[in-house]
Each structure stands twice: as C-alpha cells, then as structure tokens.
Design a protein around this ligand. Structure first.
Ligand SMILES: [Zn+2]
Ligand SMILES: [Zn+2]
Length: 348
C-alpha cells in the first residue's frame, strides 16, 4: 500500500505530524514557566541543562520529533487516548476500554511522572521523562487527542481558509496559527503572556482552581483521566456539536466555525499550562525536595538501558483484542494528520 503513496504526500505527512502544533505546545510551556515555583524552575533547568528563559518551551515539541525516530517509535501511541464513544450525542472516556497494550497518554503520564524524579535512572532518563510530561500534559487538552471517532478527526475532510484540511490538523495547528501567527517562540511567548494575565486577573481567574482540582501525583491515572474526560466532553459540545458531516459540508470553517471554537482553544492551552506548572511543582515538592536534591546523577547505566522508557505494565489496563478503531489508529502509524491527501493542500 505504501508504495502507492506519492513521495510528495509522504513529505506532507511528515510536516503534519505534530500534535497541538509547535505553537500550541510552546505556548503551554511558557504558561507553565510563568507559574512554576522558583525551585521547580531551577530543578527543571538543571535537569534539561538549559538556564535560558525558554527552557520548557524549547523542548515542548521534542516528543513529536522523537516518535518519528526508530528509537522513539514506541512512544507514538502515548500522544492520545482514543475514546470509543459516540459524538456528538455521547462523549465519554473509559481507561480500561480505550487504553491499549501499546500505551496511551494516561499510562504515559503516569509512567513519566514516576520516572522524572527517580534518580536511579540517571539525569538523561529523568530529562527525557520531563520532556514527555511537558508534551503530554499539552496533548491531553486537545479534544481530538481524546477521541477515536474518524481517527481523532484525521479522517474528517474540511475546508479551512480555502485549504483542504482535516479537522484534526485545523485544531492542532491552523486555527491556533490563525489566532496568534505562525509558529515562533516569540509568538508563543506573547500568547502565553495574554493567557497568564487572564489566569492571574482576567476571565480565567475564577476557573483556574477547578483546572487542577483533584490533581495528585500519587494517583496519576485518575488525575490524567480527569483531564481526558474534560477535553473529550468538548468533542460533543464544541468540536462537532452538529456532527462531523456538518463540518465536511460547510463551504469553509473560517470564519464562522473558527469563531465558535477559538475561545475553547485558548482555554485549553491555558488549562494545560496551568496544570503542567502545578504538576511539576507537586513532583518537585513531594519527591525531589524531600529527597534533598542529592542524587541527580544516575547510579547505574544498566538500569537506564534496561528501561528504554517503555510503558510500565502496572499502569496499563488488562490486555484485550484491538477494536476496529484501535486497529485504524495503529495502521495510521499513530500520527497526527495522517490524511491520505497529506494535510494542508490548496483546494483551488
Ligand atoms: Zn503529541
Ligand atoms: Zn494532533
């Protein structure tokens, strides 16, 4: 089958393989940087060996490039949990039903939450765990990363600003870029500043406490499931309240649909950044600081090699045969924007 895909489209697919695009992930990371404690920031900067003012933003999309490598291919399923619900009439997530043996965003967050403060793994593995967490706490707030329907909207063909797109890529990348400009750390930082102000003194001030309610690093499965359920519900209420056909049939999703969803995109980025800061603060105060920062060097490279950062079996639900939707996701290579057409192509 692959031999029938024109080379041009393969390149287009590679370009479109980012979840929340780089702009979204960097924005989330800057929001988190604005809220973490000074101690957490110093710990993260030390782990990442980066004392710059973009220490989290710079690595926020690392997981998307890593999964394209042979060594990182195991992590491709960690960017989603594919809820097999029935939007727009019924949205729900079920960990036992929706997380497969290959792992999912929930199991990955649990696994890397444990690993990031485990000094026996060594600095390199801890830094990798931190890079994964910065990315996955972002992905989980993108509603279509918590949805199996049409491979998370990848197979919903739409027109956006005159381009033939799929709905997933518009949510990940093109609608955020319509709002804040093309990807650059400068644009991300500016957007994060606006969101930070809204959290501190604006329209998000009364909401922020609810975003981190129940977050508990000692029960990361339950915590991450709360975030997945929250975002998945938006598939029914905001992403496709009138069903997918209404979106495919629309002349252009811009500006009417865009106007209806961009406040939610902003909200989700703010949520992700605020949660990430809270999560990292909890990891720092509850585990790192308690141990006294003594061992940032690993004790044995054998441990590091053995782990290979695979999902821990304790975090996964009982093994079961793959469903049709899960097979479709596996066949897609777990990419964002795996569209046959190759993503953002001009329709006229
Ligand atoms: Zn991702
Ligand atoms: Zn995506």
């Amino acid at each position: 089958m692959a031999s029938r895909v024109p080379l041009l489209l393969i390149f287009a697919n590679l370009q479109g393989a980012l979840c929340w695009g780089e702009l979204g992930h960097a924005t989330i990371a800057y929001v988190a940087q604005n809220f973490v404690s000074t101690s957490t920031a110093a710990w993260a900067q030390d782990l990442l060996d980066d004392t710059s003012t973009s220490y989290l933003a710079s690595i926020a999309s690392w997981a998307d490039s890593y999964r394209e490598t042979t060594a990182g291919a195991f992590s491709a399923p960690f960017h989603y949990i594919d809820a097999e619900d029935d939007p727009p009439s019924d949205c729900n997530v079920d960990y036992d039903r929706d997380c497969t043996d290959a792992g999912c965003s929930i199991s990955a967050i649990a696994n890397y939450t444990t690993r990031v403060s485990d000094t026996s793994l060594g600095t390199e593995q801890q830094a990798e765990a931190l890079k994964f967490l910065v990315h996955f706490l972002g992905d989980i707030t993108q509603p279509l990363h918590d949805e199996a329907y049409e491979v998370g909207g990848n197979d919903i063909d739409v027109t956006y600003q005159g381009y033939s797109d799929n709905l997933h890529s518009d949510w990940d990348t093109y609608m955020p870029e319509s709002y804040a400009g093309d990807y650059s750390l400068t644009n991300a930082k500016a957007w994060a500043k606006t969101l930070t102000t809204a959290i501190n003194s604006g329209s998000y001030k009364s909401l922020a406490a609810s975003w981190i309610k129940g977050a508990d690093i000692t029960d990361p499965i339950t915590s991450a499931m709360t975030w997945a359920v929250d975002a998945n519900a938006l598939v029914c209420t905001v992403v496709m309240p009138d069903g997918a056909a209404a979106l495919s049939d629309a002349d252009d999703l811009y500006p009417t649909y865009y106007d209806s969803v961009i406040p939610t995109i902003e909200l989700q980025l703010a949520k992700a950044g605020y949660r990430l800061a809270n999560w990292l603060d909890a990891i720092y105060t509850d585990t790192v600081a308690k141990r006294g920062l003594e061992g940032t060097e690993g004790e044995g490279s054998a441990v590091v090699k053995r782990e290979a950062a695979a999902p821990q079996s304790w975090a996964l639900p009982a093994s079961k045969p793959l469903t049709r939707a899960q097979m479709a996701r596996a066949e897609s290579g777990y990419k964002c924007n795996h569209s046959k057409r190759g993503g953002h192509s001009h329709s006229h």
